[in-house]
Design a protein around this ligand. Structure first.
Ligand SMILES: Cc1ncc(COP(=O)(O)O)c(C=O)c1O
Length: 428
């Protein structure tokens, strides 16, 4: 009986993930959860006409600081703005360098260029998809001011060796927690380990308030510098004379205040966040447990039992082509998609290859921005960061379950398992 060629939908069989399953997954993935209390709180801000005021934002900052254990929290209009303030606070200025993983969203480091500094990109680890601690130290030069770590797709970075290097070399560590609010690294909440942390709270994140973000730190100088850079109305809080030369005008010329509709929503989201991400973790851990012995497929989650994936933002899977006779991740994803479960390869674009970090001349100096104020050229070409550059063949998106629906999770896992176990039927 020659049924093998018909076993996968890509070869003409009926898709196994039905329209009903697709609708169930859409409903399951819907986010954020908005309660009547959230709606009322946002409407109240509008009715009170206090959108640009500060009392609710201060309340949100205090609550978020308590959640992360930080001494200071500063709400900002988006994560990009918060990161720029953090770079400034860490002393990043013209001619300096910052180390950042190439595999991240551009905002993790692009404002380093705005400050006149350059980004020295590091490669990522193929299992965590986070910065590879072994690719950091040799990049530190005389003007390296900071290392950005990104807890990628919810996965905590390996902070112990990173902090050891940073302390020994006297460089600051900025944690970009945009993907990982609530993730734990060996029992500590991410964002509480480095010198300063920033997260995005834009509408698509696991902690979503709209366009917004949060800076957290225990360091008073970093706190004051962030206020000084982008919070003109709070410059009264700044006591370090060199940070307030002009009271009432921010040194960065930026206005980073969060609007209070977002702060009100943030307070409501925070109240339920721990229990909601616990359910996401239960769902995705179950999904990956079901796939634990499947060839070619590996969970993107920490092995350490005291480390977690937070809200498992933009859930990824790891693809191991060598276990499937060299099948490409793209062909695999096409076969899964043909079954009705939409799946795509990769993650972000490796930033070191982007023209913004190669040729762009932002300051109009006649030289690329990366070398506008330095003789040390840290630009890197193709082939320099092999793991980041192979992202579309080592990682793929998996359903980002928000609710623990056993039957649906089992169905999705069964589709992936079926395709992997019949991978020899897939043609490139
Ligand atoms: C890793 C990372 N860093 C920074 C940002 C920037 O945050 P925002 O969009 O709130 O400006 C984002 C996403 O948006 C992100 O994914």
């Amino acid at each position: 009986m020659n049924t093998t060629l018909k076993q996968l939908a890509i070869n003409g069989a009926d898709p196994t993930f039905t329209d009903a399953d697709i609708n169930a997954l859409k409903e399951n993935s819907h986010w954020p959860i908005i309660t009547a209390e959230d709606e009322a709180a946002v409407i109240q801000v509008m009715r009170d006409g206090t959108m640009s005021e500060g009392a609710i934002t201060r309340e949100f900052e205090d609550a978020y600081a308590a959640y992360t254990g930080a001494k200071y929290a500063i709400a900002v209009c988006n994560g990009t703005a918060g990161l720029e303030a953090a770079f400034y606070a860490c002393g990043v200025a013209a001619g300096d360098e910052v180390i950042c993983p190439s595999m991240t969203y551009w905002a993790s480091c692009t404002s380093v260029l705005t400050l006149g500094a350059a980004v020295n990109f590091a490669d990522i680890d193929k299992d965590s998809l986070c910065i590879d601690p072994a690719d950091i130290e040799h990049r530190i030069g005389p003007r390296t001011k900071a290392i950005v770590v990104v807890h990628y797709a919810g996965h905590p970075c390996d902070m112990d060796p990173i902090m050891e290097i940073a302390k020994r070399k006297n460089v600051k560590v900025i944690e970009d927690v945009s993907h990982a609010q609530g993730s734990l690294y060996k029992g500590s909440i991410v964002g509480s380990i480095g010198d300063i942390a920033v997260c995005s709270m834009m509408g698509g994140k696991s902690f979503a308030v709209g366009e917004g973000g949060m800076i957290t730190t225990d360091n008073e100088h970093l706190f004051q510098a962030c206020i000084s850079y982008g919070h003109y109305e709070r410059t009264g809080l700044v006591t370090e004379p060199e940070l307030v030369p002009f009271k009432g005008i921010p040194m960065g010329g930026k206005k980073h205040r969060m609007n209070q509709m977002c702060s009100a929503l943030g307070l409501g989201q925070l109240k339920h966040y721990p229990e909601r991400i616990a359910e996401i973790q239960k769902a995705l851990n179950y999904f990956w447990d079901l796939l634990s012995d499947v060839p070619g497929i590996k969970a993107h989650r920490p092995a350490d039992e005291n480390s977690t994936m937070g809200g498992w933002y933009t859930a990824r899977g790891l693809f191991r082509s060598d276990e499937l006779n060299g099948l490409s991740c793209e062909a695999f994803c096409k076969a899964v998609t043909a079954e009705g479960l939409s799946m795509s390869t990769g993650a972000n674009f490796p930033l070191h290859l982007h023209n913004v970090f190669q040729e762009m001349d932002f300051f109009n100096t006649g030289k690329p921005t990366m070398v506008s104020f330095t003789d040390r050229d840290v630009r890197q070409g193709e082939g320099s960061l092999p793991v980041s550059e192979s992202i579309s063949n080592i990682a793929f998106g998996v359903p980002w379950f928000k609710r623990y629906d056993e039957a649906l999770i089992e169905k999705a896992a069964a589709v992936i398992k079926r395709v992997a176990e019949n991978a020899d039927q897939i043609k490139e």
